[in-house]
Design a protein around this ligand. Structure first.
Ligand SMILES: NC(=O)c1ccc[n+]([C@@H]2O[C@H](COP(=O)([O-])OP(=O)(O)OC[C@H]3O[C@@H](n4cnc5c(N)ncnc54)[C@H](O)[C@@H]3O)[C@@H](O)[C@H]2O)c1
Length: 282
């Protein structure tokens, strides 16, 4: 089954990026959010990104209009009734995701695949809130979606081979490199590797071993990573780093290595969340 019309639930950082890349691939997209101001905010981000591509000569102005013309922004979930696949990108909150999946399950045709962009949560548990757990999987894009190449395709306990095949095919048509996460395990591949490196970086600063700037400089020049951990957290959201760490701690046997450093908790309490506030570690 070829996906011609995609539903995206949540028009925030990830949702609008997913909608943009799908529309660039030629898909029609229905992008929903709870309030029109969030939908409009998402559309403005897409317009701004495409506008820059036109300025740089990477995209034709007519093509920009055609891409935007393929995206319909809405607050009416009923507009998802004729989409071929849905990607959910609401906040990283399990109860919210379960309630969104229940609603989308009632709204969409029975053969439609429902994918979640969760960074860490259980695909199996999200799938259990629907009547089609075989058609639920993880489709984990990275931020910023138009630029990051990877999508993790995650199998829940009941996910069918066909669901994995169709979702992988869609991600590859969107120009992404895919990997299959064969077991529904917290943090999947990338976050399971990334979080301990964030935690260690924060502990190094907390223990007075090195400054934030020097940790980032060390990681960029010594490991050849494009960004240091603090720069990366500022970009992706310190709140997300915190929530994912807490989730991994609870799900992975409460091992000490997943305990959030006090400095991370202080950042959250101070409201310096990186992308949300413009103020983070830097
Ligand atoms: N930001 C990242 O770097 C990143 C990377 C990979 C995955 N993720 C995951 O993607 C998901 C979304 O993250 P984000 O950074 O885009 O968050 P965000 O806060 O930027 O956007 C979330 C959007 O969901 C909307 N929303 C909330 N409840 C809704 C509902 N019931 N129906 C429709 N829309 C609703 C909000 O209004 C908001 O616009 C999370 O699960 C997150 O863990 C985030």
């Amino acid at each position: 089954m070829e996906i011609k019309k995609l539903g995206v639930v949540g028009a925030g950082t990830m949702g609008n990026g997913i909608a943009q890349v799908a529309a660039q691939t030629g898909c029609h997209v229905v992008m929903t959010d709870i309030e029109m101001r969030f939908v409009e905010g998402g559309m403005k981000k897409i317009e701004a990104f495409l506008g820059k591509s036109v300025e740089k000569g990477k995209l034709d102005a007519k093509e920009k209009d055609a891409i935007l013309g393929r995206i319909k922004g809405t607050v009416d979930m009923a507009d998802l009734k004729d989409v071929d696949l849905v990607v959910e990108a609401v906040l990283e909150d399990l109860d919210l995701k379960k309630s969104v999946f229940k609603e989308v399950d009632e709204m969409c045709r029975p053969e439609v695949i429902l994918a979640t962009n969760t960074s860490s949560m259980s695909i199996t548990e999200i799938a259990a809130s629907t009547k089609r757990p075989d058609k639920v999987c993880g489709m984990h894009f990275f931020n910023p979606v138009p630029l990051m190449r990877l999508v993790e395709i995650i199998r829940g306990y009941a996910t069918s081979d066909e669901t994995i095949r169709v979702t992988t095919d869609l991600a590859q048509r969107m120009g992404k490199t895919t990997v299959e996460v064969k077991k529904d395990s917290p943090g999947f591949i990338v976050n399971r590797i990334m979080m301990p490196h964030f935690i260690e970086a924060i502990k190094i600063v907390e223990e007075g071993i090195a400054s934030i700037e020097d940790v980032d400089t060390a990681v960029k020049n010594g490991l050849n990573y494009p960004m240091g951990p603090f720069e990366l957290m500022d970009l992706t959201g310190i709140d997300i780093a915190y929530h994912v760490t807490e989730y991994l701690y609870n799900e992975l046997n409460k091992e000490n290595k997943w305990v959030s450093p006090n400095l991370l908790k202080s950042m959250i309490r101070s409201g310096n969340l990186g992308r949300k506030t413009g103020k983070g570690w830097y």
